[in-house]
Design a protein around this ligand. Sequence first.
Ligand code: GDP
Ligand code: MG
Length: 447
Amino acid sequence: LSEKLQRAFKNLRGQGTVTEENIQEALREIRVALLEADVNLNVAKELIEHIRERAVGQQVMTALSPTEQVIKIVRDELVDLLGKDTARFQFASRPPTVILMAGLQGSGKTTTSGKLAAWLKKGGHRPMLVSVDVYRPAAREQLKVVANSINAKIYEGDTKGEAAGTALVERLAKEARREAVITGCDTLIVDTAGRLHIDDNLMDEMTRLKALLAPQEILFVADAMTGQDAVRSAQEFHRKLALTGVVLTKMDGDARGGAALSIRHVTGQPVKFIGTGEKPDAFEPFHPDRIVSRILGMGDIMSLIEKAEETLDKKKSEEFARKALSGDGFSLEDFRDQLRQIRKMGSLQNIMKMLPSVGPFAGMQQMAGQVDEKQFVRVEAIINSMTPYERNHHEVISGARRKRIANGSGTSVQEVNQLLRQYAQMRKMFKGLGKGNVLQRRAMGMM
Ligand code: GDP
Ligand code: MG
């Protein structure tokens, strides 16, 4: 996968604008990456369209290569889709806050109920657990074991002699809530029965529980390993219950997390937590950016980009040096590019420190301490306010033009004058160097 992606992006490198053609292959590979990560086909298609719209026609910013730019768009788009404020929880104004766990059998509801209780406890809450999975005695016993292991309260209730059915489920739920109020618990986590497949009985029961408890949160627990099945059931549960969030379990496996994207897309509800193991503490708030990296295998791509950027930067500064030292000298446009590059690399002070402390640069390091980063921003604003022609033919910048530029950049004519003066000096200095000896130029690291 990432090899193909690398190739796709390699072709994008070094092109000026992101176009329909040069993005085509990259998009195709991104689509494959999404599908391989279990993203639903329709979701993938829609995403790709968004990305195309956002990317095509964009002027490649000087600070970013087209590759980087497309990646950034893909990332942004995916992170946007997944939502940013994910682990936020709605608490009831009058406790207890009720959290209803929904999902198919084996998805991890019981395990997650325990994890959630542990997480809430750590956050200073007083959770109470209850299982209304009356159809399988072992299921209620399982929650009890979990609750004991994390020292959380559990309402067991009395089920002896009563037939398993919705009436019992409702009674237990009501009693548990009363118990929570009496014992001062601020949250009630209701673990429910699952089925292997969605059926009407299950949905009826869930609907009744919802009406009875008016839960603040209805969390859909989905096994990330089940991919598209999880997406379909999420859609069904959401239609009937109006979910408020999703917990993706078994993210410790090799599931690539595409289900997160698809479930988010079909329900519109955020993934709030992920489960990363069987133990109660294998649980964490969901971070969209991490999943996006996982989906796109971004680790590899990112390091690749960094490398590409390095060579790109190096090539640019070499070009700049060659121009600056030549008879033509460098233009204000080149100057701005260099400034941008320098700013991208870090603070001016750090750059200055990297310069050799001999020859024409002696004293510059000392000067660096006095350089104001804001000055940088102003200089760039001034150059931005010039027309491209002016940037390449500084000699035409007359008094009237200077005034216009100052106005356009929110600076003063004095500042524009100062910049032009400095620029002229630097140009001259570099040209002089060009005629100087080779050793001197070597010392500058420009040859
Ligand atoms: P329920 O039927 O929805 O209540 O599902 P359970 O909570 O009983 O979980 C089913 C199985 O999945 C159990 O064996 C759990 O230990 C396991 N499980 C749940 N969450 C995770 C997880 O995040 N990672 C792993 N590896 N296993 C999990
Ligand atoms: Mg269970």
